[in-house]
Design a protein around this ligand. Sequence first.
Ligand code: ZNA
Length: 252
Amino acid sequence: VALSRRNCADSNDSDLRTVIITKCKTYLAAHEEKSSSNNCEEIWTAFAGAFVGRDPCDVPVEAYDPLVRAVSEKPACNRMLFWSKTKDIVHQFTESKKCLVTLEDTLLGFVMNDLTWCSKNNSNETFTTGCPGWIECEKNPVRSFWNRASAAFAESACGDVTAMLNGSIATPFNVNSIFGSIEVKKFDPSRIRALKVVLVTRGNDTVTCDNSSLQHLREAIDPKLTYSCKEVPRSKILDCISDPEKPCGDCW
Ligand code: ZNA
């Protein structure tokens, strides 16, 4: 069945460009130390180069290599937080406590978070609606971006890394997720000392750190890394998030 897709061109001809440059400048204003090494116009150009003029189902992950090279950020050793199926709670957490950083707290992740974008073959237009969905075709511009950005974030990880996984689903570690298929494989055992899993649980969950998917995770990482896992009630994390007096280190 041929799907007809109705793209709406950006309202003012460069809306996506404006959104991205504005978010980029907002981020750099809040992280002054990164201002001199990043140029938002250059970042836009590298970003657009990855997908403008391409079929929205044929944007390879490598198309974003120049974008990744255009951004300069030092890795936050010991503070990097990975996640899978815990998007809302991780971002509430890093918003409230500044001790850990997710990909979405870095320049590239912050700028692209919550955006959808695509173009068309041989077109110079950009669209923010009518773009292929996450699973509609694998090489869509949004999914390829997150695959590439996640790989770069994981490659740069160092020291102790934390992963917040969802204890309310049968398979907290899914080998098909970005965390399972990309990030874990990019962990460099010469840079990383330990992987600390925080398994977020709710009242009557039965999943524990003994879950077989977590045994697979333990086996998937290099044996030189120290692996640990801790079950932490979601309510405890939420209490911690809403108590500004509670230091980060006491949340679990
Ligand atoms: N901020 C984002 O929109 C985003 C971030 C999107 C995709 C990936 N990421 C990276 S990868 C994030 O910073 C984490 O480091 C990594 C988590 O990826 P995951 O292990 O695949 O975890 P997940 O919860 O399954 O998916 C993460 C996000 O991907 C979701 O919140 C959705 O935005 C998107 N996604 C994944 N699967 C689907 C999907 N969207 C629609 N349909 C899906 N089947």
